[in-house]
Design a protein around this ligand. Structure first.
Ligand code: C2E
Ligand code: CA
Ligand code: CA
Length: 527
């Protein structure tokens, strides 16, 4: 004590959903000249026995508060209090004085009490904790689940936080029993309006499971080991929140048979990252919870949904969805229904794909509906646009003196203008695929096929002249040209083109060539 060898170390407590540091816990260390760093499990019991614990604690508090002056608001400082000190009625005053000495606000002080402390003298503990509360401090019940008569203590003192002992957290990903205990403790904390802190968090898998169980905060090596005052600054930097990967083993056999309130908080953990709109409705069709994505689809903030009827929030859509909601309330799973919202002043018509799943309690009663919504408007629009352009095309085709055609990405004809049928007498069915080739002059067939194949390979426009047989049995020259059409990824999906009758032109050209050869007309260079 004379050498001031007792020093505080600090360990961050992290809000699991955001990764933000909520506060730090002070953990005692004895920096002994010869022994090195002595852990509290060794020297605290000795200090308690020898009646030195008051002095040790005072030293630690003074140093801890001095360091904590640099903690950003609203991060809190949590102190462990020995059961011995809970007998000392002057203890709240000591805390107050230590905090006030460095102007650290008392409402950012948390006092951690273990259950064994309460066993010794509940009357004193009650008086002291009431006083601590009165001066603004918060109370945490430490190592919950390891002591005796926990439930008695939980109700006899005004705790704000519940710390789940690390022995359960450490084994929860392997042992079903531990998981159930953590789940039950978190549920208990929630129903009593307390925040829950999981101790000894070492892996991301534990965080995933804790999020699913609805636990608020975590503390452990994953977020940071206890560090001396010089490193306190680094310890309070926010961590990136752990992402729910939905692949972790914790999903496979988690027990969902928990009370509805808790089940909601399981869902809450999944809510914010989901690529869909999600909500949970009570049996009287009010929003119990809703995620940001869905709130945005409704153009209404999350907070304004809670407790209000679906019919109030989306009156226009309600008549469309009410039958589905009724079915879900009757216990049916309603999946993948399309809901269309008419255009409003603010946005165009929208289409949603929606599922309504009933949630059951242990007795098999429907306790609510979970809603999942995906906005499929962009997909619908793309489909409609494609249909429209094809309709448009077909329309043009029927009026056109040319012979429009469409080939698919393999060069197979999917559409040839009715004019083709009129001219060649070949049925539409016979012309499909590569059938149209049969209406061409036998000398031209191979060349035309080659031209098509080359364009499929090179994506160069199709341009080919050939002879086509008319229903009257004569051969006419046509020139067929087409260009590829691509989807948004650049892949060719179709070829659009048309054939023109160039027979007259071709004959004239032949005639000219013939005469030129006979020397009657000089051939031009470009010919
Ligand atoms: P605690 O209050 O439950 O403190 C948490 C203990 O868990 C700390 O051990 C901490 O270093 C350790 N811990 C933190 N994260 C992890 C983790 O991810 N994995 C594992 N395996 N352990 C982790 P530490 O510092 O040895 O403290 C032991 C106990 O000593 C504390 O348990 C607390 O009950 C007591 N203690 C510590 N400082 C004080 C103090 O200033 N006064 C009193 N009266 N008791 C103290
Ligand atoms: Ca503690
Ligand atoms: Ca603890």
């Amino acid at each position: 004590m004379r050498n001031e060898e007792f020093v505080p170390f600090f360990q961050p407590v992290v809000a699991l959903r955001t990764g933000e540091v909520a506060g730090v816990e002070v953990l005692a260390r004895w920096q002994h000249a010869n022994l090195g760093v002595v852990p509290p499990g060794v020297f605290i019991p000795i200090a308690e026995q020898d009646g030195l614990i008051g002095g040790v604690t005072a030293m630690l508090m003074a140093k801890a508060f001095a360091a904590a002056a640099m903690l950003p608001d609203p991060q809190w400082l949590a102190l462990n209090v020995s059961p011995h000190l809970l007998r000392d009625l002057a203890f709240p005053k000591r805390i107050r004085e230590a905090a006030e000495a460095v102007a650290f606000p008392l409402n950012r002080v948390v006092i951690e009490i273990t259950e064994s402390a309460l066993l010794e003298n509940l009357d004193h503990a009650q008086t002291i904790s009431r006083e601590l509360k009165a001066q603004g401090c918060r109370l945490a019940l430490d190592d919950f689940g390891t002591g005796y008569s926990s439930l008695l203590h939980l109700q006899s003192l005004p705790f704000d936080e519940l710390k789940v002992d690390r022995s359960f957290v450490g084994s929860m990903t392997e042992r079903r029993e531990s998981r159930k205990i953590v789940s039950a403790v978190v549920g208990l904390g929630q129903s009593l309006g307390m925040e829950t802190i999981a101790e000894g968090v070492e892996t991301e898998e534990q965080v995933e499971m804790l999020l699913l169980l609805g636990c608020d905060m975590g503390q452990g090596w994953l977020f940071g080991k206890p560090v001396p005052a010089e490193q306190l600054c680094d310890a309070t930097i926010p961590r990136p929140p752990v992402k729910l990967r939905l692949t972790s083993s914790c999903w496979r056999d988690i027990s969902w048979n928990s009370p509805p309130g808790q089940r909601l908080s399981h869902l809450q953990g999944l809510y914010e990252g989901a690529p869909a709109g999600l909500a949970f409705l009570s049996p009287d069709l009010r929003y119990v919870s809703i995620n940001q994505q869905l709130a945005e689809m409704h153009d209404t903030p999350v907070q304004e949904h809670l407790g209000r009827l679906v019919s109030e929030i989306i009156p226009v859509l309600y008549p469309q969805i009410e039958p589905h909601l009724r079915r879900a309330l009757a216990g049916d799973s309603v999946t993948a229904v399309e809901i269309t919202q008419p255009a409003t002043e603010r946005r165009g018509a929208q289409t949603f794909l929606v599922s309504y799943l009933p949630a059951f309690d242990e007795a098999g009663e429907v306790v609510g509906i979970s809603v999942a919504i995906v906005d499929i408007t962009p997909r619908k629009r793309a489909e409609a646009a494609l249909r429209e352009s094809e309709d448009h095309y077909r329309h043009m085709v029927e009026l056109n003196p040319q012979i429009p055609w469409v080939l698919d990405d393999k060069g197979m004809a999917t559409m040839i203008s009715p004019r083709w049928q009129q001219i060649t007498g070949m049925s539409e069915e016979d012309s499909r695929g590569r059938g149209f080739i049969n209406a061409l002059h036998p000398e031209d067939r191979e060349r035309v096929t080659e031209v098509i194949e080359r364009s499929l390979r090179t994506a160069e426009p199709i341009d080919v002249e050939c002879r086509m047989r008319t229903s009257g049995g004569e051969w006419r020259w046509i020139r067929s040209r087409g260009a590829p059409r691509r989807d948004e990824t650049g892949r060719i999906i179709r070829w659009y083109g048309s054939a023109d009758d160039i027979d007259a032109h071709k004959r004239l050209e032949d005639e000219l060539r013939r005469r030129a050869d006979e020397g009657r007309i000089p051939r031009s260079e470009s010919d």
